[in-house]
Design a binder for this molecule. Structure first.
Ligand code: ZN
Length: 119
């Protein structure tokens, strides 16, 4: 018996043969920053561009401070940091920006060479 031309003799696997790979859920239903982007943004800056930056950065950092890895919380004071300080020719663009706690920002700033130290 010959297959009619144009028909593929291969069979698609049936549903029961197909492995189910379930999406691993991120721990904790409500991330501390969920729905709070506007809140944080409005706390950091009134300028529309600052607001956008904060929202974008918070999202990419998943609501965590990149310095101490802790989630930002309501009472925290946030600051936008230049990863490579502007004084060291760091650029004012997203890949060079991060949001840190104010106190983390202070610490980081003393380590990143952006503060001129007089000995
Ligand atoms: Zn921090």
């Amino acid at each position: 018996m010959q297959l009619p031309s144009g028909k593929n003799p291969m069979q698609l696997p049936s549903h029961t043969e197909t492995k189910i790979i379930r999406h691993v859920k991120v721990e904790g239903d409500a991330s501390p920053y969920d729905g709070n982007l506007i809140y944080w943004s409005s706390r950091i800056g009134k300028h529309p561009e600052a607001t956008m930056r904060v929202a974008t950065l918070l999202k990419s950092q998943e609501g965590r401070c990149t310095y101490c890895r802790m989630y930002f919380r309501d009472e925290d004071v946030l600051e936008i940091d230049h990863i490579i300080p502007k004084s060291l020719r760091g650029k004012d663009e997203y890949k060079n920006l991060q949001i840190l706690h104010r106190h983390c920002h202070d610490e980081k700033t003393t380590e990143d060479g952006s503060v001129v130290k007089y000995t």
